[in-house]
Design a protein around this ligand. Structure first.
Ligand SMILES: [Zn+2]
Length: 125
């Protein structure tokens, strides 16, 4: 086995904004800004990269997959300093995952959400 990592498939490459259609750009701006208070940011519960990798580039701006976090929460989450708890996820994201999984119970995206968002830990007093 070679230690060289496999190159990423072309589908996983991030497309630049200028390569998006006007409709996609509008959807993206709405997704990122609608009802997002100052100091907050819209987070993809299922990461954009995961959606692209699995051939769902047309589902990047589905509102069911959106969670509004404060900028600080968001940065800490992506830096791996603090989790986002499962109970913070919108109910609709489970429906979204189920659809992506082709209605398969315990499918790829459902499982991914379970692994990525742990049950909240309540500290003992
Ligand atoms: Zn995020």
């Amino acid at each position: 086995m070679s230690g060289k990592p496999h190159p990423k498939p072309p589908s996983s490459r991030k497309r630049r904004t200028k390569e998006m259609t006007a409709e996609e750009q509008r959807a993206r701006i709405l997704w990122k800004t609608l009802d997002v208070p100052v100091g907050c940011v819209a987070h993809h519960c299922i990461l954009q990269q995961k959606l692209r990798d699995r051939g769902h580039s047309d589902k990047l701006w589905d509102f069911r997959n959106r969670l509004v976090l404060t900028r600080e929460e968001h940065e800490r989450y992506h830096a791996g300093f603090a989790p986002v708890w499962r109970d913070q996820l919108p109910d609709a994201v489970w429906e979204f995952a189920f659809e992506l999984d082709g209605s398969e119970i315990g499918g790829y995206f459902n499982d991914w959400l379970y692994r990525k968002y742990p049950v909240r830990v309540v500290e003992a007093a």
